[in-house]
Design a protein around this ligand. Structure first.
Ligand SMILES: Cc1ncc(COP(=O)(O)O)c(C=O)c1O
Ligand SMILES: N[C@H](C=O)CCC(=O)O
Length: 458
């Protein structure tokens, strides 16, 4: 049988991509039109060297590039692909929704269902507003906090990332930390002046800030567990302290669970601390506002700001705080989110936890056996490795002391062994329910064959 024209085109493309000339051609073409060849900086591999080829497809735990190279994926669309790439249930829900129409600019029953599902699994989400990106969610949460309190200042923690709205691009994690430039040009001095940056986990700094500036503070925003400076477990009692100080001083506690939500555990990082509190017979602390993204869109653009009813009802059209979005609650994206949350039942979370344990523990043992100094950062099913550190860090200053040159060597070795790590030492390693044991073993074996003294070429 002769290959079909489309198949032939793909085969030709893969063949060309396998040649250095073809790869250089691709690089030049992408760089000529997309700044840095990418649509989001951390994809550019600047921190690890080399050039990623365009992804052609992904299925389960495997991504395949345009040259036909298949890799075990630990990027997982930066956390969204919790059910595995192209999960058949998600794809068929999306297909069914698409056939009913791509976008209406009017409310659908599925939006209400997704919002109800979020509230049912995450009690502090008394009201939910769906948006399209995590950036919109945190930006809206801050506007809401400022509108409700009539105050300007937001406290954020160094190394935490809350998307790319101006007030948060100060001492930020993720791609900014990776580039070693945690502030962004283009943020006005007056905007930055309203953002107070504190070291994470520093009780004195936080209580001191409230003692000195309490009446000016609209909100404290914190990642549920920081995952954009590597994964950091919140020090015991720190989130509770934020809750107490904000409540006592009339400020708003915004918990950013865009990354940790429905992933660190079934009810995000908050659910993990809630369960610990309940087991001790204590009342759990509760955030005023919470932001979600990634998992609730299952790979399509859905995010949300949610929280206390009286605060959320300050949003237009009920209240004076404006927020809007042409594609907010898009029916196709919402279908992906609903299908994903539906897949993620108790058994699926147990599978996710098993996959995370196998990779985290296996790679930890492999690094120990090779004599690599490292610390494991862990928050529920989220984890990353801090090479060159003896202890898991809490502050960004400590996290930034990790050996990024060593990570670069590990990244390139793993890639050669068919495993695709996030291209930055400051990002989490994302597993999915499709990371079955033969796949997690492949990851661990790849780490076990790394010889750390073989540093990557610059
Ligand atoms: C904790 C956190 N908040 C906010 C964001 C921003 O989300 P988005 O990239 O969808 O704008 C991200 C990731 O990008 C994140 O990890
Ligand atoms: N760390 C970021 C989100 O969690 C990575 C996503 C991006 O910036 O492209």
């Amino acid at each position: 049988m002769r290959p079909q024209p489309d198949k032939l085109r793909k085969l030709m493309h893969a063949f060309v991509m396998r040649t250095p000339q073809g790869q250089r051609g691709w690089e030049a073409r992408a760089n000529a039109i997309l700044p840095g060849g990418v649509n989001s900086p951390v994809r550019a591999w600047n921190a690890v060297g080399g050039q990623s080829l365009p992804i052609a497809s992904a299925n389960g735990a495997i991504v395949t590039d345009a040259a036909g190279g298949a890799y075990v994926d630990l990027v997982g669309s930066w956390g969204a692909a919790i059910a595995g790439h192209a999960n058949p249930k998600v794809v068929s829900a999306v297909t069914r929704a698409a056939k009913r129409g791509l976008s209406f600019g009017a409310t659908t029953e599925a939006e209400v269902e997704l919002a109800e599902l979020i509230r049912d699994r995450y009690a502090p989400a008394e009201r939910v507003r769906l948006v399209s990106t995590g950036t919109e969610a945190t930006m809206t949460a801050l506007r809401l906090a400022r509108g409700a309190t009539g105050r300007d200042v937001v406290i954020k923690f160094a190394g935490h990332y809350h998307g790319h709205a101006d007030p948060f691009l100060v001492a930020a994690g993720s791609g900014l930390a990776t580039a070693g430039a945690p502030d962004s040009a283009g943020v006005t001095a007056s905007t930055a002046a309203d953002t107070m940056v504190l070291p994470y986990g520093d009780v004195d700094a936080l209580t001191g800030a409230f003692a000195q500036h309490g009446e000016r503070i609209a909100a404290v925003i914190a990642e549920g567990a920081p995952c954009n400076m590597g994964v950091v477990r919140p020090p015991d009692g720190f989130n509770r302290l934020i809750g107490e100080l904000t409540r006592n001083e009339g400020a708003v506690f915004i918990l950013d669970e865009v990354l940790t939500g429905f992933r660190a555990g079934p009810a995000g990082w908050w659910g993990i601390e809630r369960d610990v509190a309940l087991a001790k017979g204590e009342q759990p602390w509760v955030p005023d506002l919470v932001t979600f993204g990634k998992v609730i869109g299952g790979g399509l653009p859905v995010a949300s700001v949610a929280g206390r009813a009286d605060l959320m009802e300050q949003l237009a059209p009920l209240g004076p705080v404006y927020q809007a979005g042409t594609l907010s609650g898009n029916p196709v994206a919402v279908a992906a989110g609903l299908a994903t949350l539906d897949i993620m039942d108790a058994d699926a979370y147990a599978t996710l936890a098993r996959a995370a344990d196998e990779v985290r523990e296996g790679v930890h043992e492999a690094l120990l056996a090779s004599g690599v100094t490292h610390a494991v950062g862990r928050a529920g099913t989220l984890f990353s490795f801090f090479l060159g550190l003896d202890e898991p860090p809490v502050t960004f200053a400590d996290a930034a002391r990790q050996d990024t040159g060593l990570f670069r060597s590990l990244f390139r070795h793993m890639r050669a062994e068919g495993v695709s790590l996030p291209p930055s030492a400051f990002e989490a390693w994302f597993v999915s329910i499709a990371h079955e044991s033969p796949i997690t073993r492949q990851i661990v074996d790849a780490a076990g064959s790394w010889r750390p003294n073989e540093r990557a070429n610059p």
